[in-house]
Design a protein around this ligand. Structure first.
Ligand code: BES
Ligand code: MN
Ligand code: ZN
Length: 507
């Protein structure tokens, strides 16, 4: 992973392969942002004019590379767009800095060291630049030897990030760097898990990987294999997994802090491949379905991040892992499953499998009486239609908690939107042969799925649901600090939630 340092050095004298400066959209053309003074000086005060000549406008995400002027140690200057100049007295928003740093880090793939001379005027800004750069530097190691080769040829991801500006010797800056390193490493861990193809990452191999990483970070772990699941009566997880050669797993990862006052259960949908099952998805809808374990990846990564940061909270991560395949042993539309805890579900559509594995895990997690349950899932195509590819939906059985989750996401730099759980939709899941069906009215499908999950939350437990089907996997080009493929959606929100819970600051 890319190494991070904060430095008091001048952007002019630091040895690096490129120095990154910010350029904003001024009223009369591009203006150079705070932090770039030394670089501008080397250009005789004409850096903005030079950039304008090259066609730079300062628009968000715009990247302009130019040869450095004499007097600069780095051979290249990379100007990254910051968008509009903020109102007088205001600094740049953290997310603006994160995205700009990410776009710059991406553009520096193949370089060894980037010096980031962006407007860093406090520890929060340093954290944003560091996080954005480390996230933007991510590349997926294809496992074919290319990565080693790339490194040799100096063609791999940006290896070193140095963030300049502010007061890096202050405690707040050191904490910011530590947090950015842990959070980015864990978002990148989630991305790696998501990008791993389904023939490599099966429920069993995911469980093995999770247990190994849990051990490394002093976390408790427990794996229920198909035998244990049968014994426990986990009909949802077993039902979804029964059509596959790769049997299902339920993994419990526990992080505890001796002084914690609150416990949160995090539940992740971990369908390592979603073919739809007997209700098979048509071609065009299954090529990216290795991403259907993004919720489990996010939950796992967030628990590890909380452990790395030593947050004063207890977290229990539940990974509901199964592969949804059609076969002679697969569940059929019309089958009735006896779920963990005894409720029965008529499976009308085997492609509505996520709610089945989650329901078992929600019931199981509820037995431990956590203060709150939050599940994360690539649950419905309907949520993608509603909110698009960059925003996840937030539902809850408690309005204040839904608001808190939405605000927590915003603080973390993730886009989300609160969605309702209209009770009238519940009757569309009535079944003549079971307690409920796994499918109901098509319209508002994301909310119907949420209402299904709500049935499995014990009375008195606060519960929230993040439907990340839109933002979990980026099929178009990279942008800001978001790569193509697995994005690590919801990891930062969950870490922020853990931090807020630790600080007893959930409003
Ligand atoms: N994993 C899918 C949802 C999904 C769609 C995730 C697009 C990521 C991108 C889920 O299991 C699913 O198939 N949902 C169905 C439910 C329906 C059958 C009630 C859907 O949304 O079509
Ligand atoms: Mn499905
Ligand atoms: Zn699915």
């Amino acid at each position: 992973m890319t190494a991070l340092t904060l430095s008091t050095s001048s952007a002019a004298t630091l040895r690096a392969d490129a120095v990154v400066v910010g350029v904003a959209k001024g009223a009369k053309g591009p203006v150079v942002a705070v932090g770039a003074e030394a670089v501008d000086k080397a250009f005789g005060g004409k850096l903005a004019a030079t950039l304008e000549t090259l066609g730079a406008t300062g628009a968000e995400g715009e990247v302009t590379k130019l040869p450095a002027a004499s007097g600069l140690k780095a051979p290249v200057v990379l100007a990254v767009g910051l968008g509009e100049v903020p109102a007088k007295g205001d600094g740049y928003e953290a997310e603006t800095l994160r995205r700009a740093a990410g776009a710059a880090a991406r553009a520096l793939a193949g370089s060894k060291k980037g010096a980031f001379a962006l407007p860093v005027e406090d520890a929060a800004a340093a954290a944003a630049v560091a996080e954005g750069a480390l996230l933007g530097a991510y590349t997926y190691d294809k496992g074919n030897g290319d990565a080693k080769d790339d490194k040799k040829k100096n063609n791999g991801p940006l290896a070193e990030v140095t963030v300049l500006g502010g007061k890096p010797r202050d405690k707040a800056y050191k904490a910011a760097a530590e947090r950015a390193t842990a959070v980015a490493a864990e978002v990148n861990r989630a991305r790696d898990l998501i990008n791993a193809p389904a023939n490599v990452l099966t429920p069993a191999s995911f469980a093995v990987t999770a247990v190994a990483a849990a051990k490394e970070h002093g976390l408790k772990s427990e794996v229920l294999d198909e035998k244990a699941l049968k014994k426990g009566g986990y009909g949802g997880i077993l039902g979804v997994g029964q059509g596959s050669e790769n049997p299902p797993r339920l993994v419990r990862i526990g992080y505890t802090h001796p002084k914690a006052e609150k416990t949160i259960a995090l539940i992740g949908k971990g369908i390592t491949y979603d073919s739809g099952g007997i209700s098979l998805k048509p071609a065009g809808h299954n090529e990216t379905m290795k991403c259907d374990m993004s919720g489990a990846a996010a939950v796992f990564a967030a628990v590890v991040a909380a452990a790395k940061l030593g947050l004063r909270v207890n977290l229990t991560g539940w990974l509901a892992l199964a592969e949804n395949m059609p076969s002679g042993s697969a569940i059929r539309p019309g089958d009735v499953l006896s779920m963990y805890g005894g409720k029965t579900v008529e499976v009308l559509n085997t492609d509505a499998e996520g709610r089945l594995v989650l329901a078992d895990a929600i019931t199981r997690a509820g037995e431990e009486k956590p203060d709150a349950i939050v599940d994360v899932a690539t649950l419905t195509g309907a949520m993608v239609l509603a909110l698009g590819h960059r925003t996840f939906g937030v539902m809850a059985n408690d309005e204040a908690f839904r608001t808190a989750l939405h605000e927590t996401a915003e603080e973390a730099g993730e886009q989300s939107w609160p969605m309702p759980l209209p009770s009238h939709l519940r009757k569309s899941m009535d079944s003549p042969v079971a307690d409920l069906a796994n499918m109901g009215e098509r319209m508002g499908g994301g909310l119907v799925a949420g209402l299904f999950l709500k049935e499995f939350v014990k009375d008195g437990i606060t519960w929230g649901h993040l439907d990340i089907a839109g933002p979990a996997f980026n099929e178009s080009g990279p942008f800001g600090y978001t790569p193509k493929g697995g994005t690590g959606s919801a990891v930062r929100t969950l870490v922020r939630l853990a931090e807020r819970t630790a600080a007893d600051d959930l409003g």
